[in-house]
Each structure stands twice: as C-alpha cells, then as structure tokens.
Design a protein around this ligand. Structure first.
Ligand code: GLN
Length: 230
C-alpha cells in the first residue's frame, strides 16, 4: 500500500528550498536530508524518486497517500504526529533571526515587536512566532524570497530554523545579512522524516538511521554539511 507500488519506487516529497538540508544546485537536489535519505534507502535496499514541492504540500501529500516519505527538516510536533508518522529525531534545531548586517536594533526575539518580519508558510516557526510575539508578519512559501526581501530593505528581519539562518548567512547572504537572537532558546525542536500514519516503513527507516549512526555514516554526512561532529 505504498503510493509508488506500481513503479516499485518510493515517492519522497522534498521541500524545494531549505538550506542546507535540501536545495537545488544546478539541476539536482543536494543537502543533508538528501544525503541522509539516500543512505537510508541504500540500507533499506529500496529505490525512490524525489518530488520537490513547497513545504505546505508535504504533510497533505502523505495524508492523501500521494507520497510515501517527506523530508524538509520537518519539526516533530504532537499535532503533526496525529496525522503522520515520524522517524526518530535526526537533527536538533531552534530558531534564529536574520537581520541586515548593519542593523543593531534587533538582538533578541522581544526586539521584533513592531517590526516587519518574514516567516515561512506552514512551518513550526511561523505558527510559534505568530502566537508568541507581536510583529508585522509577512509569510513566504519559499524562505529564500524572504531573505532577498530582507536584503532589499522590504523586511526588518526574517525568523526561521537556526541551521537554515546560519547557513544562509554564511553562503548566499554574502555578508549582507547576519544572524542574531542566539542568546534566546525559543523553540527547541528535532527534525524527523515523515511517513504515512501507521506506515510499515517507519520502523525500517528508524532501524536504518540507527545503523547509519553506528557505522559512522551519519557522522560523516553531518560533518560534510555542518563542519562539526554531531
Ligand atoms: N522545521 C520546519 C517545520 O517543520 C520546516 C523547515 C523548512 O523550512 N523546511 O515547520
């Protein structure tokens, strides 16, 4: 009862833009999730096809059984656990703020009051920020467009997952944006691969992640993308 049974390939939904977990480089998708999933699939001896889409399409795609797996640095939450399965957590994150390099008016989350702040539609970060901090929020399907609007001066800040902000700042940000808010831990969270509710894949994916942790593959992939040990 996998979505892809006819093709004998798992259909794996992937966010189009979430550096450094999944992003397009030339004509292919690369990133931590892409490498980790590929290693998991090899351990499980399954083939798969990537289906890139906006973040908001992933969980509905699992619910409608059009996807077998979704990856997007998806935050494991109790609400999402009601509708999909999650693998064990494979990455710890929090939130951070991106501001223009010359801006010293925002150093913590409470400084966002009254500011124009970019968020990514449908994410844990967006629902958390809207419920906890009053600001003038603008939501984007693709967070890269929020970062560009920040650089263009159309936003005062962007709030998103900490590894994404840090990686963007040191790569595409090109010195024009910096991260801040490091002293606040506002939304500690773990990422998991999502599967259909009660999927027979879930225990297999967990066993593969365990095996990849034990044989050092997980550590190698982590080092490749984050330049440190897990
Ligand atoms: N961690 C975020 C969430 O699950 C998604 C991150 C992303 O932009 N792909 O809501």
């Amino acid at each position: 009862s996998f979505a892809a049974m006819a093709q004998e390939k798992l259909l794996v939904g992937v966010d189009t833009a979430f550096v450094p977990f999944e992003f397009k480089q030339g004509d292919k998708y690369v990133g931590f999730d892409i490498d980790l999933w590929d290693a998991i699939a090899k351990k499980m001896n399954v083939s798969y096809e990537l289906r890139p889409m906006d973040f908001g399409g992933l969980i509905p795609g699992l619910q409608s059984r059009n996807l077998d797996v979704a990856m997007a640095g998806i935050t494991i939450t109790d609400a999402r656990k009601q509708v999909v399965d999650f693998s064990q957590g494979y990455y710890d994150a929090d939130l951070l703020i991106a501001v223009k390099s010359g801006d010293n008016s925002i150093t913590k989350f409470s400084d966002l009051a009254g500011k124009k702040v970019g968020l990514k539609q449908g994410t844990a970060a967006a629902s958390f920020m809207k419920s906890k901090y009053k600001a003038n929020y603008v939501e984007f399907p693709n967070i890269d467009n929020a970062y560009l609007d920040l650089q263009a001066g159309n936003l005062d800040a962007v709030v998103h997952d900490s590894p994404n902000v840090l990686y963007y700042v040191k790569t595409a940000g090109g010195g024009k944006v910096k991260s801040t808010g490091e002293t606040d831990s506002v939304l500690p969270q773990q990422y998991g691969f999502a599967m259909q509710k009660n999927s027979s894949l879930t225990p297999k994916v967990d066993a593969a992640i365990q095996a990849l942790r034990a044989d050092g593959t997980y550590g190698k992939i982590y080092f490749k993308w984050f330049n440190k040990q897990p």
